[in-house]
Design a protein around this ligand. Structure first.
Ligand code: UT7
Length: 324
C-alpha cells in the first residue's frame, strides 16, 4: 500500500495588506518589496482568525474532499511556530474544533518545513498501519511574531493555513520518500526567542522580544544551496530524473530564491507553482496552501510526480516526492 493524500484544504485570513499599506508604517516602498521579494500582498489575521481556527477551517475542507469524517481520524500533526498557546498544542485545539475525538494530536516545530516533516511522520504511521487516517497541517499567524518596526522582516511574512488528509492507498501511488535535514549550528541566522523566563536564573539578558530575527542575505544563500542538495539527493536516491517531475512546489519565501533554485536545478518555470506574490512567506503553511491551490486548480492529475521542498529556521530543510 502507498501513503496517499486523500484531500487538501486551505484557509487564509480575510484582511489583505498591500505593500503600500506597509509603507505607511515602516520606511519601505512597493517597488523595493516587489523587486526584492516578489510579494505584492499578504493576509493578516484579525480577531477570530487565530492559528488553530485557520488550521481547523483548512482541515474541514481537506476532510470534505477526502470523504473522511473527523471522528475517524487517528492522528493530527500541526507544523507551526506560532501556536495560539504554548500548551495545549494547536493540534489539540484543532481536534476540539473539528470533533476528532479518536485522534491523538501534537505540534511539530520544524519552522517552514513543518508540513514536510509532518507528512513524513504521517507516512511512517500509515506504512505501519494503512488503515490509519492522519491530518497533517501547516498553520501560522506570523503577524503575531513579527517586529512591525523592522522593515527587514515585517514586509516578508503572512498568515494562513493548509491541510492534507493522509491515508492508505494503492501500491505505487502516494509518498515515494523524503530527505529531511537540520543544522542547529546555524540557529542564530533565523530565530525567535521564547517569552521572557519566569526563572530569574534563566533570564536572558537583553531579551529582544518574541519575534522573528533574520540575517536575510545569509539565509538566502543557505536556502538555495540546501534545497538544491536535498532535491538532488532525493531524486538520486529514488532513481527519478528531474524531467519526470510534473509539478514542483517550493517553499514560497521570496521569488528571487525560487528563481535561483529553479535555475540551479534546471526545471522549466511552467512546472513550478508560485503564489508568493499573494501571501508572502507563511512559513509552515506555505507548502500546504500552495498544494491545495494546485490541487483545486487542476494542476495535479493522478499519476503525476509532485516534488515539494522547503527551508527554514533551525536551520531545517528537505524535499519530498509524491506520486499523485
Ligand atoms: O522562510 C525562511 C527563509 N527565509 C528566507 O528565505 C528569506 C531569505 N532572505 C531574503 O529573502 C532576502 O535576503 C531579503 C528579502 C530579506 C532581503 O533582500 P536582500 O536583497 O538580501 O537585501 P539586503 O538585506 O541586503 O538589504 C539591501 C538594502 C539595505 O540597505 P543598504 O544597507 O544597502 O543601504 C536594507 O537596509 O535594502 C534595505 N532594506 C529595505 N529597503 C526598503 C531592507 N528591507 C527593506 C525594505 N524596504 N523593506
Amino acid at each position: 500500500m502507498g501513503t496517499v493524500i486523500l484531500g487538501t484544504g486551505s484557509c487564509l485570513p480575510e484582511r489583505v495588506v498591500t505593500n503600500h499599506d506597509l509603507a505607511e508604517i515602516v520606511e519601505t516602498n512597493d517597488e523595493w518589496i516587489r523587486t526584492r521579494t516578489g510579494i505584492k500582498t499578504r493576509r493578516i489575521a484579525a480577531a477570530g482568525e487565530e492559528t488553530y481556527r485557520l488550521a481547523a477551517r483548512a482541515a474541514e475542507q481537506a476532510l470534505a474532499m477526502a470523504g473522511v469524517a473527523a471522528a475517524d481520524l487517528d492522528l493530527i500533526v500541526v507544523g507551526t511556530i506560532t501556536s495560539h498557546m504554548l500548551m495545549p498544542s494547536t493540534a489539540c485545539f484543532v481536534q476540539k474544533e473539528i470533533g476528532a475525538t479518536k485522534a491523538f494530536a501534537f505540534d511539530l516545530n520544524a519552522a517552514c518545513p513543518g508540513f514536510l516533516y509532518g507528512l513524513d511522520v504521517a507516512d511512517q504511521y500509515v506504512r505501519a498501519d494503512p488503515s490509519r487516517k492522519i491530518l497533517v497541517i501547516g498553520a501560522e499567524t506570523l503577524s503575531t511574531r513579527t517586529n512591525w518596526e523592522d522593515r527587514n522582516t515585517c514586509v516578508l511574512f503572512g498568515d494562513g493555513a493548509g491541510a492534507a488528509v493522509v491515508g492508505g492507498g494503492p501500491q505505487g501511488r502516494g509518498m515515494v520518500g523524503s530527505v529531511l535535514c537540520s543544522d542547529g549550528r546555524l540557529w542564530s541566522l533565523l530565530h525567535m526567542h521564547a517569552p521572557v523566563s519566569n526563572n530569574a536564573d534563566l533570564e536572558e539578558p537583553d531579551h529582544p522580544g518574541v519575534h522573528i530575527i533574520m540575517e536575510g542575505r545569509e539565509v538566502f544563500k543557505y536556502a538555495v544551496k540546501a534545497m538544491e542538495t536535498s532535491i538532488s539527493d532525493l531524486l538520486h536516491r529514488e532513481g527519478v530524473s528531474l524531467d519526470e517531475i510534473d509539478l514542483f512546489i517550493p517553499h514560497q519565501a521570496n521569488i528571487r530564491i525560487l528563481n535561483k533554485l529553479v535555475e540551479r536545478i534546471g526545471i522549466p518555470l511552467e512546472k513550478v507553482f508560485i503564489n508568493v506574490e499573494k501571501y508572502g512567506n507563511t512559513s509552515a503553511a506555505s507548502i500546504p496552501i500552495a498544494l491545495d491551490e494546485a490541487n483545486r486548480g487542476g494542476r495535479l492529475k493522478p499519476g503525476n510526480k509532485l516534488l515539494i521542498c522547503s527551508f527554514g529556521g533551525g536551520f531545517t530543510w528537505g524535499a519530498s516526492l509524491i506520486n499523485w
